[in-house]
Design a protein around this ligand. Structure first.
Ligand code: NAD
Length: 488
């Protein structure tokens, strides 16, 4: 296993993301041997921590991880803490000195990975100082990792992109969408492009509709402050759902590389035309959860949520792609909090067989084939087919082929963040979002958002917690003579 060489500079090294996700992911790479002797991490944040204290924090974040206490201590000793106010230029000079020293000490070949694990309002200042205080390495590579949310509309996303582009080129920017690191989302390309029995029917000729569901059973939890400024449309649809749509519907990329894949994704996202206000009203539904006996608090009763908040905790919608492959195939999407179970799945519903000559029980229509990809909590897929009923009857009856990814193999597979960090170390941009993809999805989302912002409470539907959302989400399909495949 080859060892990667790099210095990580984590802005926000004392934060939740760093402790819950990044340190365990880096340790996972260390345990795998992909990081070994030649790596170092500088954590910067406001708190005045010592290196020793930082090592303890890092070790605490590894409780439950495999490996001995000795291994964890050795790993933590690669970490250096620098107390730093991102708005103070002098601190970047100190940071630059420490980075140069560690580069020599650990023989890092000048490779630097900058991780923005802080609120986006700081990104512009950081990028500006990284450039002016010459923190970019003249040798090796410089890579920047940016978390979601990437803007709150097209204008702010563009501003953010312009800000970070002062110091980093598109080639150097890795925008994380952790859904792209999930096993079944990564399985979409092999399924689509190496199985002729799927590849050849992947179009409006054979597919009737596509349904994407990202359901959460939890409420807003500790994210109230952020959620009140975001809502489900920004939090889940603009990024994760649009990335899934792109993976499902892009044309076959000309090559298996990031440039070709980004181009294919960009093209299909650009073919989704933003809605007019009237089309938004017809094609999108928003809801907010309401608690009650045994259902917990309503959204408006949660801590730090306005008592008259109109923020949506649920979105359902219909998206259409205006190109030859997909014209006429609605993509129905929904995501929400306080739904009955945590489930992320994609249902590809095929057109039913034409001119059926076979008997069915009670002369019912033959069921449509459905290919379902289960992203979580289980990981795998089902295909619903039709066969003969067992026994003397020759009636047609549906059955399901189930494929669950091997649980032991899955348990051994690295977490999404570990995989994404490895991709970054390897310079593999396949699982990150390109600016053009973001720009296209924001244009669409802005059109919906603007209508909702004008409507305020009008049109906000309330749904009881632990249900599948407001009835309007069912009507979105029933008016097209369709139903949601997953009923909770
Ligand atoms: P957090 O509030 O826990 O941490 C923020 C960090 O920034 C802290 O280390 C804090 O000390 C530091 N900081 C704040 N102001 C500073 C200043 N002026 N100078 C120097 N340091 C300063 O936030 P978080 O949850 O870790 O999130 C970080 C980023 O990652 C955010 O953009 C968030 O949206 C994104 N994100 C977080 C998660 C998660 O699971 N926590 C998931 C996805 C995306």
């Amino acid at each position: 296993m080859t060892e990667e060489r790099a210095l990580f500079i984590i802005f926000g090294g004392s934060g939740d993301l760093a402790q819950r996700k990044l340190y365990p992911a880096l340790y996972g790479l260390y345990f795998q041997g992909r990081l070994a002797k030649h790596f170092a991490v500088i954590g910067t944040a406001r708190r005045p921590w010592t290196d020793d204290h930082y090592h303890e924090v890092v070790k605490q974040s590894l409780v439950g991880a495999p490996g001995s206490a000795h291994q964890k201590t050795e790993f933590a000793e690669h970490f250096y803490y620098q107390s730093h106010d991102v708005t103070d230029a002098a601190h970047y000079v100190t940071l630059q000195k420490l980075a140069s020293k560690l580069n020599l000490q650990y023989q890092l070949d000048g490779n630097r990975i900058f991780y923005m694990a802080m609120a986006p309002r700081f990104f512009a200042t950081i990028a500006e100082h990284v450039k002016s205080e010459q923190l970019l390495s003249p040798d090796g590579y410089n890579r920047l990792i940016v978390e979601k949310p990437f803007g709150r509309d097209y204008a702010s996303a563009k501003q953010l992109n312009d800000d970070i582009s002062q110091a980093f080129s598109e080639e150097q920017i890795y925008r994380i969408d952790h859904y792209l690191g999930k096993e079944m989302v990564q399985d979409i390309m092999p399924l689509r492009f190496t199985n002729p029995f799927l590849e050849n029917v992947w179009s409006n000729q054979f597919i009737d509709n596509i349904q994407i569901t990202l359901a959460e059973d939890i409420g807003v939890e500790e994210r109230a402050g952020y959620y009140e400024t975001a809502g489900a449309l920004r939090d889940m649809v603009q990024n994760h759902i649009f990335q899934i749509i792109a993976m499902l519907t892009m044309e076959k990329p000309s090559r298996y590389d990031a440039t070709a894949i980004h181009e294919a994704k960009r093209a299909v996202l650009a073919a989704i035309k933003p809605y007019t206000p009237a089309q938004v009203h017809t094609n999108f539904v928003r809801g907010q959860y309401v608690g009650g006996d045994n259902l917990g608090l309503s959204y408006r009763e949660e801590d730090n949520i306005a008592a008259d908040s109109t923020v949506e905790t649920y979105v359902a919608g219909r998206v259409d792609i205006d190109n030859d492959r997909w014209r006429g195939v609605p993509i129905y999407l929904r995501t929400g909090k306080k739904m009955p179970a945590k489930t992320s799945r994609i249902d590809i519903v095929f057109k039913p067989t034409k001119d059926n000559i076979l008997p069915t029980t009670g002369n019912a229509p033959v069921r449509a084939n459905v290919v379902t990809l289960i992203i979580e909590p289980d990981t795998g897929m089902h295909i619903t087919l039709n066969g003969k009923e067992i026994g003397v009857s020759d009636a047609v009856s549906p059955f399901t082929l189930d494929h669950a990814l091997d649980k032991d193999e899955l348990a051994k597979a690295p977490e999404a963040y570990q995989r994404l960090l490895l991709n970054i170390l390897e310079g593999n941009k396949l699982t990150f979002t390109h600016w053009d993809e973001l720009a296209a999805s924001w244009h669409f989302i802005d059109a919906v958002r603007n209508v909702w912002d004008n409507d305020k409470a009008d049109g906000l539907a309330f749904y009881p917690s632990e249900t599948m959302g407001p009835k309007q989400a069912d009507e979105l399909l029933s008016r097209d003579y369709r139903t949601w495949i997953w009923q909770g």
